[in-house]
Every structure is written in structure tokens, then in C-alpha cells.
Design a protein around this ligand. Structure first.
Ligand code: LUZ
Ligand code: MOS
Length: 758
């Protein structure tokens, strides 16, 4: 495999030539669309008056739910979310009106003149309170293995507790947004910043009351998605499309950063209960957990996220008796949504807290319990899938070996003995993440390949390039299959007219699904070319044919044909030089009625060793190092995969340590800008980030045996939480530190001096 290709977008990114939605040259007469959103988290709209605003200079029209031509509904999994609020509002930031203006300034002025009266209704922001009042977004779920009640009775040690993990703002560099214009036959074309072009198409068709064939969605690229544009791009696509369709003019709708932060959902916060039981040899016998997911005001993707929390509730551990329950709770916050890991990180944090709790109480080192209970081949996940090609222990053992855990422990102990006001802490964080959409139906993809008569190639797939480097991988697939230079191939935009019924670029599965579909398309063309060579050019059916470096080899010898003249001759002979590829992941299945099956194509494994230093006067901390052994399979592009791994780790550390999404009791987002919401920057990344590629064959279900890499590394960041917690305990062994993430400097400081010893 050609690993030297790197990321083909790198040069354009750093020179500003990559094209995002707001860079697309617009048409004359384009309208600007601004959203007027609810200033109240829950209430009944008793009056709304925008007549004065509509008369203002530059305002073309103001649209409400009454102007929606089709259905006022954008809920993807459950139809519970209006595009524009009708008579009630359910979260602060909920879109109510669209201000359509000749320019953006006019729209902003007009918004100030809108008069609205809302009768207040009770606001709930806490998932447990919502649960107590029976407010659920979807039916609760539970995964059961063995018999916990009986086995807890037999456990020598039982520990119970609660955990909290916070939300996380996706903070894609490019905000949400779309640009749309009307096309012939009452149709519309939309350029959208979305991970799910088909989801935007489907939603717009529903809102306009037209067939999906009248809605074309084109996605050149995204300035980041991180899950935030898996479903929530649809509303912005619909705003622009609705205006374009009704007023028959081009329209653009792109929120500013603070509008985006206020109106869109984030990672679901969780509040959870756990109970863990061990025998005298530190085997985990039983595990019980209840997850209260803060879903926000509409289901969005929360029911699917809830499911993935259950799938990853036992992380990398084999536990014979498991009983885990999850509730998707309806609160008056913006509908929370996908974020890298998709509920998996939330589930893993709880089991790691439970194990840490047990270790601290038993006064044993936590890594002894972790290693002892690590999953292995032949074990059964609580959802019925049997563990195969397991790399959990391999990653763990290699990490503890090459990073020399025993000497690290000694150095940390020595450092802590020598230093009064600086303390170090370490942690080991194993990860086992299932690859596939948990909804089996979504594990399919298609690709369209054209070989042009000059030998150049155009490739379209359902994959959305969002900075993760999927286009580079697609290019490698086509170049490798055809035996031609990547320079001959162009990756086209993601477009619903060229490639239909796409699943969103999500679940770490984009390269696998679309890569395999692309391989299918390329192979079809290649087979036609090879049989053309055999029957028309050489008249010998028994030859072995191969194309290497654009030269056609017949029976291992270079022939007079090269790629270019082969294509020219094939074209003259009217050979079909285009193909549509299709892929549907084999084997996978899941039966929700019994919550058992084989939902994942394979799993990705790894272990991270994190070391931190806490400043015990200030409560601040630095991550000294994160050292990882990660199972990439056989990586097809080490530069891209390494980048994904590094980015994921830093994002995970952000979630666990500094990013704090705060809503007040009225449901108002207080961390509503980059001045109040802190994400990792160049100064807060680990001083050392060392990632070793575990040497394995990889998995056949992965494209070129190169395993999915998007989400799994994020969960290494959970290790930073425990390392910091351990450093605080080194300073203050009596510290009472709740398992409450993120562990911000404020919480660290409280832990250091609580109970206050003077
Ligand atoms: N999206 C989705 C996802 O719809 N289903 C999934 O299983 C998933 N997993 C991770 C990220 N996004
Ligand atoms: Mo995602 S959380 O794979 O959009």
C-alpha cells in the first residue's frame, strides 16, 4: 500500500484554497436568512408580531411555521421536532422565524423589532428530574447478560456510586450552514455543510412536500463535523432551501458562532449510577449501571446514542453478569446529538469510575483490576457478539512493556515524594470500540466511477470529507485498484444525484463502507478492461493481466499497452467505462427485541498511558504525556491515521478536563462563546504524544485491512481524568472527589483542599 500519499488536502487547507459553503461563488440576487430563536426555554407563545420588522428596509419577508409548504417536521429517528416552533417553545435557541433580507445587516436590525410574548412553563434541565416526571424521548433500553442479582449476593466486594459526565460543544471550525437556489421543475439545489447529504435531502423534501428527486444536495467539504453535522445540518439546509423554493431566489443561511453554539445540540451529558461486584481474586463478577441521558427537547439521535452507551458499558472488560439500563430523558435544552464516540465515551467513563472506586477502596492498584478482567477471544459481549481477533491484552501488554509502566510508577512516586506543591498522577485507559452503525440498515454505501476517454478518472462516493482525510483514502483505493497514479484521479464532491441514499459520514465507518463500494465499482471497470484485452487485443483467454504503474502486464511481462492507450482503445470499441459500486457489510445483525446479535463488523482496541502534573497551589495541571499502543490493523495511510488518533486524544482530553457546557436553571447557555468555553489549544495538548502502531494483520471487513480510526482514540482522553484525580489524591489522600467530569482546575482546587486542612 502506498503510504506516502498523506492527506491530499493539506496544501489547499494551509493556503486557504479549500472551498467551504461560504466560499462558493454565489448568484446574483442572493438572500440572507437569519433565524429568530426563542429567548425562553419552555413556554407557550401567546403573541408574536413581526409586522414592523417586515416593513424595514432590506427585509424581503419573514417566514413562520405557517409558511412551511410541507410538513413542519425534521425529527430523523422520531418525528418530534418542528423545523420552526408553532405555539410552544421547548428550548432556548429554538428557531421560530426566518428573517429573509437583501443583506445580513438588515436582517440583524429587523430581529430587534420582533415582538414576542411567551407564557412561561416549567423548565427542566436535569435528566434525573425529567426521568422522575416521566419525561422520556424514547423507550428505555436494557442489556442483560447472566444474572446480576444472584451473582451480587455471591460477591465478596460490592461498590456503588454515581458519576456525571458533561456535554461537549462540537466546535467545528466552520459553523453550520447552507446555500440553496431554485432549479427547474420546482426543484432546489443545496450546498450544505453536512455529514449526511441524504439526511438533508430527505428532511428538505419533507419540509417542502416534494419528492426527494427534487432536492439535490451537494457537499464539497466540511470544516469539521465531529457528529454535530450528522443530523443537525438538516435544519440549516431546510432554512435555505425553503426560502429559495418559496421566493425563487438563491438563499444562504449560515449562523454566527454564538448563534450556532446557542441553537445547536452537543454531546449528551449523562448522570449515572453504578454497582460493581468483585470476588476475592479481584475478578469483576457483576456490573450494574443505570444511565440517565440528557437528551434535550427532541430525540434527534439520542435514542441511537443511548444504545451505543449500552454497547460500550463494559468497555474492554469481560464481565459474566451485566445489567445495564439507559433512559433518554427529555429536558428543555437544545436537542443533544452525535459527538465523536456517540455515547460510547459516556458509557466507558462509568465503568472506569466503578473500577477506580473499587481499587481505591480495596487499596490495590487499579491497573491490576483492569488487566485481570480484560476481554479476550471467545468471551461474549453483553449484547451477544463473541469476541474475535481480540487485541485488548496485546495493546495493554505492549503499552505497559514499551512505556515501562513499572518504572513510570516509581518515578512518579519519587517525584511526589520530592515535591510538596507539584504532584504527578498516571492512569491506564484501555479502549474497545465497535465498528459499524448500530442500526444495521445504515451499513451500506455506493460509489460512482467514471474513467474518461483520456484515461483520467472521476470518483464520487457517499463519503463526506470533513478534514478526516477520507478523500485521500478513497483516492488510494481507486489508484491501487487500477494500478494508476493518484494524480490521474479526481475526488468529486459528495452529491445526492450522483450517489443516492447515503448513510452519514459517521460511526468511524465512512472509509470502510465507501471504500468497499468504490472498490466494487473499480473492479467492475477493471474486469471489463481485462476481458477486453483478452478478447480484442491479444485473443488469448488464459493470460494473467495486471496493471502496475499504468503499464499493462501480460503474463508478468510489460506489454505495449499502458493505461492511457488501453482506455482510448476500449472507448473506441465502446466498452463501458463507468460503474456504480455497492457495499453492504456482511454478517452483522442485531435483534432489538432481545437486545442480542452481532452488531459490529469488528472492534478497535488500544491502551493509553497518561501522565499529568498538578500544580497544587493553583489547581492547574499539565498533561505531560499520553503514550498509546493502538490497533490500526494494517494502516493504509499512516499520516492520516496518526492525525486522527492525535486529534481524537486531544478532543477526549478536552471533554474530560476543561470543556464545560453550562446552562443555568432557565436553560440559558452560559458557556456561549469561546471566551467562556475552553477547548484544548496548542498550550494544553500533551507535551508528549507517542502513538505506536500495534502490528497486526488487520481485519478483512476493514478497507484494505486498515481499521476504522475516527472515534476510538477519543476515549483515551478519559485517562486524563483519572490521572489528574490520582495526582490530587497524592497531595490530599482524604480528598473527596466525585466522579464528575470534566475535572476542571476549579474542581481540582476544591479537591486539593477539601476537606480543608488549613
Ligand atoms: N451514528 C449513527 C453514529 O447513526 N449510528 C451509530 O451507530 C453511530 N456511531 C457512532 C457515530 N455516529
Ligand atoms: Mo459521528 S459521532 O460518527 O457523526
Amino acid at each position: 500500500m502506498d503510504n506516502t500519499i498523506g492527506n491530499i488536502d493539506a496544501a489547499n487547507h494551509v493556503t486557504g484554497r479549500s472551498i467551504y459553503v461560504d466560499d462558493i461563488p454565489v448568484m446574483e440576487g442572493m438572500l440572507y436568512v437569519k433565524v429568530f430563536d426563542s429567548p425562553i426555554a419552555h413556554g407557550r407563545i401567546t403573541s408574536i408580531d413581526f409586522s414592523a420588522a417586515e416593513q424595514m428596509e432590506g427585509i424581503v419577508k419573514i417566514l413562520s411555521y405557517k409558511d412551511i409548504p410541507g410538513e413542519n417536521q425534521i425529527g430523523g429517528i422520531i418525528p418530534d421536532e418542528p423545523l420552526l416552533a408553532d405555539n410552544e417553545v421547548h428550548f432556548r435557541g429554538q428557531p421560530i422565524l426566518l428573517i429573509v433580507a437583501e443583506n445580513e445587516d438588515a436582517a440583524e436590525e429587523a430581529i430587534k423589532e420582533i415582538k414576542i410574548e411567551i407564557e412561561l412553563l416549567p423548565v427542566i434541565t436535569d435528566p434525573r428530574m425529567a426521568f422522575a416526571q416521566g419525561k422520556l424521548l424514547s423507550p428505555s433500553r436494557k442489556f442483560v447478560k447472566g444474572d446480576v442479582s444472584e451473582s451480587f449476593a455471591a460477591c465478596k466486594y460490592i461498590f456503588e456510586g454515581t458519576t456525571e459526565s458533561g456535554g461537549q460543544e462540537q466546535l467545528y471550525l466552520e459553523t453550520q450552514g447552507a446555500y440553496a437556489y431554485p432549479t427547474e421543475h420546482d426543484s432546489v439545489k443545496i450546498f450544505s455543510s453536512t455529514q449526511g447529504p441524504t439526511q438533508v435531502q430527505r428532511t428538505v423534501a419533507r419540509v417542502l412536500g416534494v419528492g426527494m428527486n427534487k432536492v439535490e444536495v451537494d457537499v464539497p467539504r466540511l470544516g469539521g463535523g465531529f457528529g454535530g453535522k450528522e443530523d443537525q445540518a438538516s435544519a440549516w439546509g431546510a432554512f435555505a432551501a425553503m426560502v429559495a423554493w418559496i421566493l425563487k431566489r438563491p438563499a444562504k443561511c449560515i449562523p454566527h458562532r454564538m448563534e450556532d453554539m446557542r441553537m445547536t445540540g452537543k454531546r449528551n451529558p449523562y448522570s449515572s449510577d453504578y454497582k460493581i461486584g468483585l470476588d476475592e481474586n479481584l475478578n469483576i463478577i457483576a456490573y450494574e449501571a443505570t444511565f440517565y441521558q440528557n437528551g434535550g427537547a427532541a430525540a434527534d439521535l439520542s435514542p441511537a446514542i443511548l444504545e451505543r452507551t449500552l454497547f460500550h458499558a463494559t468497555n474492554s472488560y469481560n464481565i459474566p453478569h451485566v445489567f445495564v439500563t439507559a433512559h433518554s430523558c427529555k429536558t428543555n435544552l437544545p436537542p443533544n446529538t452525535a459527538f465523536r464516540g456517540f455515547g460510547g465515551p459516556q458509557g466507558m467513563f462509568v465503568i472506569e469510575a466503578a473500577i477506580d472506586h473499587a481499587a481505591k477502596k480495596l487499596n490495590v492498584e487499579v491497573d491490576i483490576i483492569q488487566r485481570k478482567n480484560m476481554i479476550d477471544n471467545g468471551d461474549e459481549f453483553p449484547y451477544g457478539q463473541i469476541v474475535k481477533e481480540c487485541q485488548a491484552k496485546n495493546c495493554w501488554d505492549e503499552a505497559t512493556d514499551i512505556y515501562n509502566i513499572e518504572s513510570v510508577k516509581k518515578e512518579v512516586a519519587w517525584f511526589n515524594q520530592q515535591n510538596g506543591f507539584y504532584k504527578k498522577g498516571i492512569s491506564l485507559m484501555p479502549v474497545c470500540f465497535g465498528i459499524s452503525f448500530t442500526n444495521t440498515m445504515m451499513n451500506q454505501a455506493r460509489a460512482l466511477v467514471h474513467v474518461y476517454s483520456d484515461g483520467t478518472v472521476g470518483v464520487s462516493t457517499g463519503a463526506v470529507e470533513m478534514g478526516q482525510g477520507v478523500n485521500s483514502k478513497m483516492l488510494q483505493v481507486a489508484a491501487t485498484c487500477f494500478g494508476i497514479s493518484p494524480g490521474k484521479i479526481k475526488l468529486e464532491t459528495t452529491n445526492t444525484t450522483r450517489v443516492a441514499n447515503t448513510s452519514p459520514s459517521a460511526a468511524s465507518s465512512t472509509a470502510d463502507l465507501n471504500g468497499k463500494a468504490l472498490l466494487d465499482a473499480c473492479n467492475q471497470i477493471k474486469e471489463r478492461l481485462f476481458s477486453f484485452i483478452k478478447t480484442e487485443l491479444t485473443d488469448n483467454e488464459d493470460e494473467t493481466i495486471e496493471i502496475k504503474n499504468e503499464v499493462v502486464y501480460i503474463n508478468d511481462e510489460a506489454s505495449i499497452f499502458n493505461w492511457k492507450n488501453l482506455i482510448q482503445q476500449a472507448f473506441i470499441k465502446r466498452i463501458n467505462l463507468s460503474a456504480k459500486g455497492h457495499y453492504a457489510t456482511p454478517i452483522i445483525n442485531f435483534d432489538k427485541t432481545i437486545e442480542k446479535g452481532h452488531p459490529f463488523a469488528y472492534h478497535v482496541y488500544g491502551t493509553a498511558l497518561t501522565e499529568v502534573t498538578v500544580d497544587c497551589l493553583r489547581g492547574t495541571y499539565e498533561v505531560d504525556s499520553v503514550k498509546v499502543v493502538h490497533d490500526f490493523g494494517s494502516s493504509m495511510n499512516r499520516a492520516v491515521d496518526l492525525g486522527q488518533c492525535e486529534g481524537g486524544i486531544v478532543q477526549g482530553i478536552g471533554w474530560m478536563t476543561m470543556e464545560e457546557v453550562i446552562y443555568n436553571e432557565e436553560g440559558k447557555l452560559l458557556s456561549n462563546a469561546l471566551s467562556t468555553y475552553k477547548i484544548p489549544d496548542i498550550y494544553s495538548v500533551p507535551k508528549i504524544l507517542d502513538i505506536k502502531f500495534l502490528n497486526t494483520d488487520g481485519n478483512d471487513m476493514a478497507i484494505f485491512k486498515s481499521k476504522a480510526v475516527g472515534e476510538p482514540p477519543l476515549m483515551y482522553g478519559i485517562g486524563a481524568y483519572f490521572a489528574i484525580r490520582n495526582a490530587v489524591l497524592a497531595f490530599n489522600p482524604d480528598a473527596d472527589i466525585a466522579y464528575n467530569a470534566p475535572i476542571t482546575p476549579e474542581k481540582v482546587l476544591m479537591g486539593l483542599y477539601n476537606p480543608f486542612s488549613g
